[in-house]
Design a protein around this ligand. Structure first.
Ligand SMILES: Cc1ncc(COP(=O)(O)O)c(C=O)c1O
Length: 360
C-alpha cells in the first residue's frame, strides 16, 4: 500500500513533549492554552447540548454564526466555522494549493502553514522577519509568479509580535489580486483596538481572516475556529470541509462564549497583565523578550545550548516550555501565560537557572 506521495514525503505536525519526571507536578506552559476557565455560560450551554447529542450538529452553524456576527458587526453569510482554525487552514490549502504553486509565509511563522502546503503538494517559501516581526517589504520581495497564497499570523506565533492594520493594508494592496492573503488572527482578541480590525478587507474578494475559540475564550479542547471568507472562496472551502465537523457541545459552548464578551475581556486583560509582569521579570534577568500581543512570550536565551539547558532544567522540575528549534529559533523557548502560581514557579526556576548559567 502506498500513501499519497505528498503525505509520504512530509513529517507529522510536531506537538510538544509534555512529559515530566515522576512525582513532579506538571506545569505545562507549552501549548498556548488559556490559563483561565471558559465562560460559565459556555460550560452550561455545552452541558445542555449534550442531551441533544444523538442528533448531528448543525452543519450551518446558525446560532454560532449569528453570535459572531452580532459581536463583530459582520454579515453571518460570510462566516465559516471549523473544528479549530486548523481545519479552516487545512481546507484553504487543500482547495487552493497544489503541485506547481507556491505559498508564502514568514521565517518564524506558524508551522501548521507548512504542513498544509506540503499536504497539498505545494512549496512554502519563507520571507525573513525583522526583529521577530513580519516585514511587509520582505514578504513582497519574496512573491513569485507561482505564489498563490500568503499566510500571515497577526499577532504571530511563536514571536507574539504584530504589525498594525496599516501594514496589513499595505501588504494587501501591493500583492497581486491573484494572490490570496490569509490573515490568521488566532490571538486577535489580545490585539483588538479601535481602527485595527481587518475584517473589512474580506470584501475585496481575495482575503480571508481567521479567528479561534482556542485562545482567549479558553475552549481549545472543544475545537472551534471561525473565519470571514469572500463568498466564492467560502463555497470552495465548504466542499473540502467535513460537514458537521464541530460537535454539538462545542458549537453550543462557542456560541455561549461569544455572547459573554464581559468574560472574554476579563480573561484578556488578566492574561495580558500576567504576561507583561512575566516578560518584565525575564527582561530584568537579562533575557530578551519581544513585545507580545498574545497569551505567550518568546524568551531568548542567547544560544541553542543555553535554551536547551534551561528547557531541561525546567522540565526536571516539572515545568514544560516549548522548544523553538522547528521555528528556526533554537536559542529561544516559548512560555504560555499560565496561572499566577505557575508563572511564579516558572519565573523562580528561570531566575535560578540564570544565576547558575548566566543570561547570555
Ligand atoms: C497562529 C495560530 N493559528 C492557528 C492555531 C490553531 O488554533 P485552533 O485551535 O483554532 O485550531 C494556533 C494554535 O496554536 C495558532 O497559534
Amino acid at each position: 500500500m502506498k500513501p499519497n506521495r505528498y503525505v509520504a514525503a512530509m513529517a507529522a505536525y510536531a506537538l510538544p513533549d509534555l512529559s515530566v519526571p515522576a512525582g513532579k507536578r506538571p506545569v505545562l506552559l507549552a501549548q498556548n492554552e488559556s490559563a483561565i476557565a471558559p465562560s460559565p455560560a459556555a460550560m452550561e450551554a455545552a452541558r445542555m447540548a449534550l442531551a441533544q447529542a444523538r442528533f448531528y450538529s448543525d452543519s450551518e452553524w446558525t446560532d454560532l454564526r449569528a453570535g459572531i456576527a452580532e459581536v463583530h458587526g459582520l454579515d453571518p453569510a460570510l462566516i465559516l466555522c471549523g473544528a479549530g482554525s486548523m481545519e479552516l487552514i487545512q481546507a484553504l490549502g487543500l482547495a487552493y494549493l497544489h503541485r506547481g504553486v507556491r505559498a508564502l509565509s514568514t521565517a518564524h511563522g506558524y508551522l501548521y502553514f507548512r504542513t498544509v502546503a506540503q499536504l497539498a503538494g505545494a512549496t512554502l517559501d519563507l520571507a525573513p522577519e525583522t526583529e521577530f516581526t513580519v516585514d511587509v517589504d520582505e514578504l513582497l520581495a519574496a512573491v513569485r509568479p507561482e505564489t498563490a497564497m500568503v499566510f500571515v499570523a497577526n499577532p504571530g506565533n511563536p514571536t507574539g509580535t504584530r504589525i498594525p492594520r496599516d501594514e496589513i493594508v499595505r501588504l494587501r494592496e501591493a500583492l497581486p489580486d491573484s494572490v490570496m492573503l490569509v490573515i490568521d488572527e488566532a490571538y486577535g482578541e489580545f490585539a483588538d483596538a479601535p481602527g485595527e480590525q481587518v475584517f473589512d478587507l474580506v470584501a475585496r474578494g481575495d482575503t480571508v481572516v481567521l479567528r479561534t475559540f482556542s485562545k482567549v475564550y479558553g475552549l481549545a479542547g472543544m475545537r472551534v475556529g471561525w473565519g470571514v471568507f469572500p463568498p466564492t472562496i467560502g463555497a470552495e472551502i465548504r466542499k473540502v470541509q467535513n460537514p458537521g465537523s464541530i460537535p454539538i457541545t462545542s458549537l453550543a459552548a462557542a456560541a455561549g462564549a461569544m455572547r459573554d464578551q464581559a468574560h472574554m475581556i476579563r480573561v484578556r486583560d488578566e492574561t495580558a497583565a500576567r504576561r507583561d509582569r512575566f516578560a518584565g521579570a525575564m527582561r530584568q534577568l537579562g533575557l530578551a523578550v519581544p513585545k507580545s500581543h498574545t497569551n505567550f512570550v518568546l524568551i531568548g536565551f542567547g544560544s541553542t545550548e543555553k535554551a536547551a539547558s534551561a528547557a531541561a532544567a525546567l522540565r526536571n522540575e516539572g515545568v514544560v516550555l516549548r522548544p523553538m528549534g522547528g521555528y528556526g529559533l533554537a536559542d529561544c523557548l516559548r512560555a504560555t501565560v499560565g496561572s499566577e502560581e505557575d508563572m511564579q514557579i516558572a519565573r523562580d526556576m528561570i531566575a535560578d537557572w540564570v544565576e547558575r548559567e548566566g543570561a547570555s
